[in-house]
Design a protein around this ligand. Structure first.
Ligand code: SF4
Ligand code: SF4
Length: 310
């Protein structure tokens, strides 16, 4: 397939750190802690783009190669392999677009091996391009390790990530030990969200995820968040809560302008947007969004942010 998109190029902002292509919200697992349903219960409400539409949309993206490194497109969901054109999308994207995949690895590794060249999913990064999430309630560790090893042995750069849910910490750490013994990269992630009435996670802004009061703020993101129908959102909150998009990647007028946008739902932010995390270079201390509070015109405004760091 030709690299060119019939639509005008979309330049990324200089600080764009992440491009998320949510191919579908469908998922064959039912994790009770699923962050896709942090505050609401999203279903498969979205129309999904076909492979050719995803290719047209993603081929618009220009300057993916930043001075501090390449920004890949991360195919995710839901479970991205539930998209009927999953392999066609991977194989049809131009080589200059590097692909990462977030998956629960419910797909058949043999199909991946038969249909995708491992090099297509390789890039220079300190973490695996296929990032498998471990969900102990949904899959046995034996099956997950076996599938991961199969893909690793076939040349794919793959690793497992597991959330340290308060109810599963021992189980996850034991799984990590077994994976390491098998030669598999297994990393843990902080649990984000409420458990037994307490909010877990480190967030840059106090009260961002309290789910109590709402406040009007100005907010900008360093991420390009593309929903299953090509709609682009201010943040994960807006994506998951079905808020109006800021545009659609198939709209010829769409631009990634990186400006601050007014938002009246600070307090109901999704943890993904406001947590303190690692950037794509695995450097800790990054937060996806930057928020200005109404008093930010006041000289004390910066102390508001400083005090909110936990
Ligand atoms: S595998 Fe991921 S997307 Fe699917 S239900 Fe579990 S947490 Fe949600
Ligand atoms: S303030 Fe929170 S909900 Fe509003 S745009 Fe920013 S991250 Fe999203």
């Amino acid at each position: 397939m030709s690299e060119a998109s019939p639509l005008p190029k979309v330049s990324l902002t200089d600080d764009c750190n992440y491009i998320a292509a949510f191919l579908t919200f469908a998922c064959n697992y039912k994790c009770h802690y699923c962050i896709n349903s942090f505050e609401s219960n999203i279903s498969c409400r979205h129309i999904i783009l076909r492979a050719d539409q995803w290719i047209t949309a993603l081929h618009r993206l220009a300057n993916l190669e930043h001075p501090d490194g390449l920004v890949p497109v991360t195919l995710q969901g839901g479970e991205p392999s539930c998209h009927p054109d999953f392999y066609e999308i991977i194989n049809s994207l131009d080589e200059r677009i590097r692909i990462d995949i977030l998956t629960n690895l419910s797909f058949d590794p043999e199909e991946m091996i038969a249909r995708v060249q491992p090099e297509r999913l390789r890039r220079d990064a300190p973490y695996a391009s296929i990032r498998v999430s471990f969900h102990p309630d949904q899959v046995t560790l034996d099956e997950l390790l076996e599938k991961t090893l199969r893909l690793q042995d076939a040349g794919f750069y793959i690793g497992i990530w597991a959330v340290l849910h308060p109810d599963q910490i021992d189980l996850v750490l034991a799984a990590q030990q077994r994976a390491k013994q098998a030669g598999i990269d297994f990393r843990t992630k902080e649990f984000l969200g409420f458990h037994n009435g307490r909010l877990h996670g480190r967030y840059l802004y106090d009260d961002a995820c309290s789910m109590e009061n709402s406040q009007t703020v100005s907010c900008r993101t360093t991420e390009l968040i593309i929903g299953p129908d090509g709609d682009v959102y201010r943040c994960h909150h807006d994506l998951y809560e079905n808020y109006p998009p800021i545009g659609n990647l198939l709209d010829s007028n769409f631009r990634m302008d990186g400006r601050y946008r007014s938002c009246n739902c600070f307090g109901h932010c999704n943890p993904c947007d406001v947590k303190i995390k690692t950037n794509r270079h695995q450097q800790f201390g990054h937060t996806s969004v930057s928020i200005k509070f109404p008093e930010s015109t006041h000289p004390d405004s910066t102390s508001r942010i400083f005090q909110a760091v936990r």
